[in-house]
Structures are given as C-alpha cells and as structure tokens.
Ligand binder design. Structure first.
Ligand SMILES: Nc1ncnc2c1ncn2[C@@H]1O[C@H](COP(=O)(O)OP(=O)(O)OP(=O)(O)O)[C@@H](O)[C@H]1O
Length: 251
C-alpha cells in the first residue's frame, strides 16, 4: 500500500509519521520513512546495524525533530512542539528502554523502578506502591529492597523494564532491549515485555536486528540504509516516484 502525499492519520493509529528525513550532521539517518502504529499494537522496526532504527524511534518519541516530514501522536503534531512541550509529552505519555539498564547504583531496586513517578512529583507512598506492584507483576518483587549491584544483567534489564512501565505509558519505545542478553534471557524479557504491554493496552515500538525478537511483534517495518526496505528496493525500479518509494506503509 502506498500512502498518498497528503494522507491524514487513520483514526485507529495512535502514532503516525510521514516522509521522515533526518541527517546526523550531514550523514543520512532517515530518508523518507513513514510509519504507523495502532493503539495497543507491537510494531517491530527491524534492520541491520546502522539502518536507522534508533533514529526513527527517537523521531517518533519526539527526542529528535525530523528535518522533513511529520510525526503525530494522538492528534498532536509532535514535530511542531517546542522542546519543553516535547519533553512534557515524553514524560507524560511515553517511556523508553534501551539495551543498557542504566540503573542508579545508590538507589534500591524499587526506588529505581519508581523514579519516573517520583520525578513527576507523585507522593512517595503511591510511587512506592506502584513500583512494588509492577515489580511483582514482572516477577522480580523479591529484588525490591536490593541495590542494582546485587543483580545480574537480565535482572537489571527487567528492573529497567519495570521503570519504563511504572507510569503506564501510552507508548513504550524499546530500542534493542534484549540485545545484551543470552537467548533464554532474551526470550524471558521479551515475553515479560509483550505480556505486560498487551495486558495493559500499551503500544510498543520495538527496534531490533534479531529475527526471533521481531517475531513477537504484530507487524514489522524493515529499514535498510535509512529507508523502508521495500522502498529501497522500489527506488531502484524504473517508474517508481521518490514519494512512492519513500512512503510505502506496507509494514
Ligand atoms: N549521533 C550521531 N552522529 C552521527 N551519525 C549518527 C549518529 N547517530 C546515528 N548516526 C548514523 O545514522 C545512521 C543510523 O543510525 P541508527 O543508530 O539510527 O541505526 P540503528 O539501525 O539503530 O543501528 P544500531 O542497531 O547500531 O543501533 C548510521 O549510519 C549511524 O552511523
């Protein structure tokens, strides 16, 4: 399916992007990428290293402003917001988990998990209760009183996942969250992430270069050299316009 240039976001898409172009100090990161994610859906953004997965997630999350193109979330034109409004939107509606857990070693596990709520000004007691609830839900309640130093990498990553989910975000951006883990640990983290997201209606945009990880998603958007993979192929075909090549939404 090819999106016409002036198409509006379909009603059931919570997150929608059109013709995104982004260059990192002159070197292309995204070239005409379109994306759409429905409410509660898990979208895998796949592709080899350097194909633009992180750049796309950061544009969709409002962490980067595309040089061209638009990003809409829940009717909000994210690409037009001022930095402070984008930051507020991110904190209120989005969450991010990357490959590195980045836990604060001086805080207990539950405090790490509760951090987004505490930073948002939630009462200490409520934040603590929510963190414990999510830690139990993710089967790591037993670690609540420990420091991150006592945890292995897989356990730490589950705490990072708890921290991402504790505020019940609308959209979770997961950038290679299983990359540093062994196969069995990868499967467990992924199962935990998808089960939690599906049971709470959380939309997930999951960047991965791993086929098995991508299999957990409802749909895929494959990137090659900053373009959608099918558009990259179509761009080489005679008679394909740049817009058609750049904006296939057939993920
Ligand atoms: N801060 C940056 N400065 C310069 N170039 C960058 C920067 N970040 C990314 N790039 C380049 O942009 C392109 C896309 O990078 P990106 O990190 O989005 O890809 P990726 O698919 O997420 O790769 P990986 O799986 O390695 O994280 C790559 O060529 C990369 O080298």
């Amino acid at each position: 399916m090819v999106a016409p240039p002036d198409s509006a976001p379909p009603d059931d898409d919570v997150l929608w992007a059109r013709s995104l172009h982004y260059s990192h100090s002159g070197s292309p990161g995204l070239i005409g990428v379109c994306a759409r994610v429905r409410q509660g859906e898990i979208l895998a953004v796949t592709g080899p290293r350097g194909s633009g997965k992180t750049t796309l997630l950061r544009c969709l999350a409002g962490r980067l402003v595309p040089d061209q193109g638009e990003v809409r979330f829940d009717g909000i034109a994210v690409h037009t917001l001022r930095p402070s409004a984008r930051e507020r939107l991110f904190r209120a509606r989005f969450a991010w988990i990357g490959p590195d857990p980045q836990l604060l070693p001086e805080l207990k596990v539950w405090e790490n998990a509760a951090l987004p709520l505490l930073l948002a000004g939630a009462p200490h007691r409520a934040a603590r209760a929510a963190a414990h609830e999510w830690l139990e839900r993710l089967d790591i309640g037993g670690f609540a009183g420990k420091r991150p130093g006592a945890l292995n990498r897989a356990e730490s990553q589950r705490v990072a996942l708890t921290r991402a989910l504790v505020g019940s975000p609308s959209v979770l951006f997961a950038d290679e969250p299983t990359a540093p883990l062994h196969r069995a640990e990868r499967a467990l983290l992924l199962r935990t992430l998808t089960t939690a997201a599906r049971s709470h209606g959380i939309t997930v945009v999951l960047a991965t270069h791993d086929e098995e990880t991508a299999d957990a998603a409802d749909r895929r958007l494959a990137l090659v050299d900053g373009r959608p993979a099918d558009a990259a192929a179509a761009a080489d075909s005679p008679g394909t316009t740049e817009e058609q090549a750049a904006c296939s939404l057939s993920a």
